[in-house]
Design a protein around this ligand. Sequence first.
Ligand code: SAM
Length: 328
Amino acid sequence: MTGLSDSFQRPINYLRISVTDRCNLRCVYCMPDRGITMISHHDVLTYEEIATVAHAAVELGINKLRLTGGEPLVRLGLTDLVRMLVGIKGVDDISLTTNGTLLSRYAAGLQGAGLKRVNISLDTLREDRFRRITGGAAELGDVLAGIEAARSAGLEPVKLNMVVMSGINDDEVVDFAAKTIDEEWHVRFIEIMPVGGISPPQSHPIPIAEMRKRLEPLGELQPCPPDAGSGPAKYFRFPNAKGTVGFITPVSEHFCLRCNRMRLTADGKLRPCLLADDEIDLRGPLRGGVSLAELKELIAAAVAAKPLRHGLMEGHSPHDRPMSQVGG
Ligand code: SAM
């Protein structure tokens, strides 16, 4: 096998980069009840350091990068980072995961810099609920404007991530799915994960079978082939619909055996598994003058340490970090 693979022969070609732990929202499923300690600015990787890690990872075989956070668009100059990463030979795809609230300001510039696609988090279509779920720091209209701006800028397909929480927003799955019929909405229903000390708001995952049952009145969902950047979602389409409906089930039907990703935290730790606390420090070596060859060795060692699967079903959930530092 060519390229990078882990000790279970899974090809690893995807690096998710958290560029900041700061966020302008306080989503109930993301920020822990105990509050969070912010990473000090000095400990957050500079754009040059991120680009150095990306360069080393790409030389090893990574060809897809995604910027995430925290909220990546609250960090100044993200467009400059995109430009730096696009310039690395071997990078085929750069995408962004964002809450969309600031996107209308930046979408065109990001596209111009070389960003290909965006995933936008949107958990409700109701204004009052949006304020409750996100902590009230932005408006639903900002996100809807961000979606339109992304489309106009050609950052397509725009995928919309909805974390489904029973008793909080699960009554909206039909509304979201209905949007995919007349508009090019690519909605992904994500199962909530118990990460970083959140107590999921009284939420037990809703089985896909049950969600599909709720969607039956809209028509028969037909499976559709995954596109190039589709990752772990299972996609469906209503007859003649413009958009798609996806299901992402990290807990009830985990997809670890197909996992192709590594994560770089905002403070420069390489994390082999979202749902396990183990990390390999790159910031210390980076600031200690590590060579590119040595950095590649550290990354290869982190890839080799990737566990076969997470242990959520056995009751092992990660505690050390909130999602905002790891990047989801
Ligand atoms: N601020 C950006 C955003 O809102 O998309 C990027 C960071 S956010 C941590 C990345 C993704 O993680 C989002 O799609 C969010 O819905 C998802 N996420 C956060 N906490 C989660 C949880 N407990 N369970 C499932 N998904 C979660």
